[in-house]
Design a protein around this ligand. Structure first.
Ligand code: PLP
Length: 402
């Protein structure tokens, strides 16, 4: 007999639809699964090139940009790395606006490439005071800071930073730094307008609001960003935008173009535009608010509470929930998964063992959210976690009234 049994060997087979409530990757709608399910063709084939162009044009509309777009085979980290290495030179300094685990990781990546990282510190539960970004830029009289990096939606803490306010702070300081924004968990969920908000480089990925499999990511770049790129000397090749521009007719991807991913992305853009971007954003807000109403009820009786304490900064694509002291969020997640076939996100970095996360982005509606909330509320009871009763009822009340 084996010393350790495989966890799946003894688990009861799950029945019913798996509810995937992680904050990325997200549910892949059947339309996208069907769109991807096609035989391989050459990425230079005349039948594929129009699909390729449609995806580039469509993604630019979703991003709100008329400028440049480069895509990579790789998850969001690839786009982070591509963006840093294409825009910066060794020894240069960037200003990272702290929001949580992902802003820290992006900063660590920059440091690994020999970039100096200055941070605008922030309380993870309340969010940065944008006046401090302005103050840091004003203090930088000789313009040492080459870029300001912001994670629009911090997937770890469930907190968002308004890019337009950061842009206004950069302008008010009269600082020439590039403005870099990570939209990995905000694109196609929260309002996003790259050009209107004066963003120089936007980092995005396929597996969240775009409802596609993980593995495609991209950077949209302004003209100012392209000018900076021509001077940037950090090492790169697979990710080099100038090398990509020699790869005609695609002008992106140094290697093989992931043809099937493009069918999926094309379908995502079609689904988003069929619903309408404003309606997509409104739906995410409504679903998020329903989740928040439920958590507000659970927080009674010293129960789990919203991690984000600033109502102006709560995320509409992910809710991070702080467990009461002495109660394990991962035990709760295990109950939710094993009893109800629902998957939730866990804590990241220093929040491991303190929080759990509900993803509500992408292909999702009210009954799916209510199912997830019900599974959590039942599991709070099963696990003996103190909480106020009636969270699901509060979400239903809200959904029925909006
Ligand atoms: N940035 C944010 C805001 C994220 O949520 C994630 C992943 O969840 C990343 C970056 C890293 O992306 P990936 O895991 O696709 O490499």
């Amino acid at each position: 007999m084996a010393a350790t049994a495989s966890p799946t060997a003894t688990a009861t087979p799950a029945r019913g639809r798996h509810f995937f409530a992680n904050p990325g990757p997200t549910n892949i709608p059947d339309q996208i699964l069907r769109a991807i399910d096609r035989p391989t063709i050459d990425f230079n084939d005349a039948g594929f090139l129009p699909v390729y162009r449609e995806v580039f044009d469509g993604l630019k509309r979703v991003l709100g940009t008329r400028h440049h777009l480069f895509m990579y085979t790789g998850s969001g980290h690839a786009a982070w790395e591509a963006t840093l290495t294409n825009l910066l030179s060794p020894g240069e300094t960037i200003l990272v606006v702290e929001s949580g685990y992902f802003s820290e990781e992006w900063g660590k990546m920059a440091a690994a490439h020999g970039v100096e990282v200055q941070t605008v510190a922030a309380d993870w539960r309340h969010g940065v005071d944008v006046a401090q970004v302005r103050a840091a830029l004003e203090a930088d009289r000789d313009h040492r800071l080459k870029a300001v990096c912001v994670v629009h939606n911090e997937t770890a803490t469930g907190l968002m930073i308004p890019p337009a306010e950061v842009r206004a702070a950069i302008d008010a300081a009269g600082h020439p730094a590039l403005f870099l924004v990570d939209t990995i968990s905000s694109l196609a969920s929260l309002e996003f307008r790259m050009d209107d908000w004066g963003i120089d480089a936007v980092v995005g990925g396929s597996q969240k609001g775009l409802m596609n499999p993980t593995g495609t990511s991209f950077t949209a770049v302004s003209e100012k960003g392209m000018a900076a790129h021509r001077q940037a000397r950090l090492g790169r090749y697979y990710f080099d935008w100038s090398v990509m521009m020699t790869r005609h007719p695609h002008d992106s991807f140094v290697g093989t173009v992931p043809v099937n991913a493009f069918y999926g992305m094309r379908e995502a853009v079609r689904l988003l535009e069929e619903e309408g971007m404003e309606a997509v954003v409104a739906r995410h807000h409504r679903l998020a608010e329903g989740v928040r109403r439920a958590v507000a009820v659970w927080s009674g009786n010293n129960g789990p509470q919203l991690f984000c304490t600033n109502p102006a900064r709560v995320s509409d694509s992910v809710t991070t929930i702080l467990m009461p002291e002495g109660h394990d969020p991962d035990a709760l997640r295990r109950t939710v998964r094993s009893r109800y076939n629902v998957s939730l996100g866990g804590g990241l970095g220093v929040l491991i063992g303190k929080v759990f996360r509900i993803g509500h982005m992408g292909d999702l509606n009210e009954p799916m959210v209510l199912g997830t909330l019900a599974a959590i509320e039942m599991s709070l009871r099963i696990n003996g976690v103190p909480h106020g009763k009636g969270g699901v009822e509060a979400a239903m009340d809200y959904f029925a009234a909006t």
